[in-house]
Design a protein around this ligand. Structure first.
Ligand code: PEP
Length: 266
């Protein structure tokens, strides 16, 4: 039985005080509902600058803190980047890799062609980041998902297959066991258009089939894309969906708590 895992992605939101305050509120809500044990693993990924504050605020709770990105080199002349060991050193537990808002063009934001390099995560860079993170104690959360035109062209499974093959190339099956994958259809992220739960379950099954047989049944696969208190239980009751990566709804501790409870009751 895979333990459900629900992780909030706070994206580029909240200054440090507010981040610490909301972690404190969530800590109280979790404590009141679950005490010191919970059948759901819980994480929050604030901005890099709020990592230390969030780690402090989460002490003594069941909340693990995560970063939203990482660079694959350990140190050196890489202005503006952070390595896995730096994120580990800040006290984090998780790190997101390959979020669609870092792959190529933002799904929702029109940016000039000349800025695309800034968001230029590819399957190869995801693979480099995954290998670097597996050399640390961090738990990688690797995001994959098709965009709207790929879905409309009937290309979803091919895109997922390519993203998965690229991400896990040359990674040992034994190392993969601690990786979490997040199926996040780009068209469902931040749009309020949640993927139908049966279809989300089907694609999470496709993701699972891309994994080596020896670890296929133990690896957790989350769904992400407009998860809310209203749809979480339906999504999390699907057999292939082992929890959620939650954006907007994770910013409000009460809403995020309801999403956690939905994962716990299925
Ligand atoms: C996300 O940031 O990964 C995400 C799924 O966002 P939202 O829940 O807001 O769609």
């Amino acid at each position: 039985m895979r333990k459900k895992v629900v992780v909030g992605n706070w994206k580029m939101n909240l200054l440090r005080d507010d981040a610490g305050h909301r972690i404190g509120q969530l800590k109280e809500l979790i404590g009141a509902k679950c005490g010191t044990e919970c059948d759901v693993e819980i994480g929050i990924c604030p901005t890099f600058l709020s990592l230390a504050t969030a780690v402090d605020a989460s002490r003594g709770s069941l909340i693990g803190i995560g970063a939203q990105d990482v660079f694959w080199k350990e140190s050196g002349a890489f202005t503006g980047f952070l390595s896995a060991s730096m994120i580990e050193d800040a006290g984090a537990k998780y790190v997101l890799i390959g979020h669609s808002e870092r792959r190529g063009r933002f799904g929702k934001l029109e940016v000039p062609e000349s800025t695309l390099g800034f968001f230029a995560e590819t399957n190869e860079t995801v693979n480099l980041k995954l290998k670097a993170v597996l050399g640390s104690s961090l738990v990688p959360i690797v995001c994959i998902g098709e965009n709207l035109s790929e879905r409309e062209a009937g290309d979803t499974d091919r895109v997922i297959g390519e993203q998965m093959a690229g991400a896990i190339e040359e990674v040992d099956a034994s190392d993969l066991a601690r990786v979490i994958f997040a199926y996040e259809p780009v068209w469902a992220i931040g749009t309020g258009k949640v993927c139908d739960s049966v279809e989300a379950n089907r694609v999470c099954g496709v993701v699972r089939q891309c994994l080596p047989e020896s670890v296929r049944d133990v690896i957790r696969i989350q769904y992400g894309g407009s998860v809310s208190p209203a749809n979480a239980q339906e999504l999390f009751s699907q057999p292939e969906i082992d929890g959620g990566l939650v954006g907007g709804a994770s910013l409000k501790p009460e809403d995020f708590m309801q999403v956690i409870v939905a994962a716990s009751s299925v």
